[in-house]
Design a protein around this ligand. Sequence first.
Ligand SMILES: Cc1cc2nc3c(=O)[nH]c(=O)nc-3n(C[C@H](O)[C@H](O)[C@H](O)COP(=O)(O)OP(=O)(O)OC[C@H]3O[C@@H](n4cnc5c(N)ncnc54)[C@H](O)[C@@H]3O)c2cc1C
Length: 289
Amino acid sequence: MSEQPVATPLDVVPRSATPRSPATRDLGMSAKLLFPTREIAEQYYLPLIYTACRTCYSELRPEEIFARAAEGRVAPEKQQDLVRKVIESGHGSTIEHIVFTFAISGVTRTLSHQLVRHRAGLAFDQQSQRYVNYKRPAYMVPGTIQDAPQELRERYVAEMDESLAFYSELLEAGVPGEDARFVMPNATRTNLVMTTNLRALIHMSGLRLCTMAQWEIRRLFQLIRHEVFGVSPFLGSFLAPKCVPLGYCDEDRNRDEHCPIRPHKDNVLAAWAEKKAVAKAAGRELPTL
Ligand SMILES: Cc1cc2nc3c(=O)[nH]c(=O)nc-3n(C[C@H](O)[C@H](O)[C@H](O)COP(=O)(O)OP(=O)(O)OC[C@H]3O[C@@H](n4cnc5c(N)ncnc54)[C@H](O)[C@@H]3O)c2cc1C
């Protein structure tokens, strides 16, 4: 009898496949919008951005523009129209006037390390592994390991449990938390509060909703987008993978277009070169890029 090939975790998600959404699994993490409420977002956020935009082109004082917008004397559709045009033109300071505060829980230290790489327009406060002496640190099992052969999965769980049991032993032996934490794995869960202005949030979402982003942080930004939609569908609509506003994909790892959301820029430029050559052959010159 021939032996069946043993499935490895990498067999589960081939690199060339269309990336799956991490939303198909419950990863035990959450992102809740603490501020603003829907009422605050509806009452202030669009008028605030509108005021920032209009102030640049108006003789009126900002407080007069704000009053007209907030009291509905400027139709919300008109406000949205201007704000959309300004955002799409990249005039980013106008959307730095509003902020969103999220309670982020149950994410791993792997994720938080990636998240805090973002610097501009953000504030983070994270649960300290120095000051918190965990009674039972929690950890995450990635989907590929959940789907892996039983032996591998059990070994992963055993390794995590052993590391975290050793952590507790170190604490009991009097080792301070700031040193005992050295045995904690990257899979250890953590909580943080993140406040971000809208410009930074759109920028981060562009990078982290991209299918090239790591699955856990991608899932976080799906949850974040869901929360923002809950208070403002208009503002939530700007949270998208960066290729959506760009119109093309600029990710080196997607030159084969295995993610089909937008064409890769190489192919866009090749199509443009072809169009130019056809135009030239017909005696017309197209503008140079
Ligand atoms: C898919 C993916 C893979 C990654 N892989 C790695 C990796 O392997 N190793 C690694 O180390 N990192 C990696 N990163 C992190 C990445 O390099 C950035 O550090 C991170 O995404 C933060 O983005 P940002 O630089 O746009 O910073 P943000 O703080 O979000 O800044 C927003 C924008 O503000 C401007 N800005 C901010 N700070 C400055 C400044 N000091 N000077 C000038 N302009 C500034 C820039 O225009 C910047 O784009 C990865 C990120 C992604 C999305």
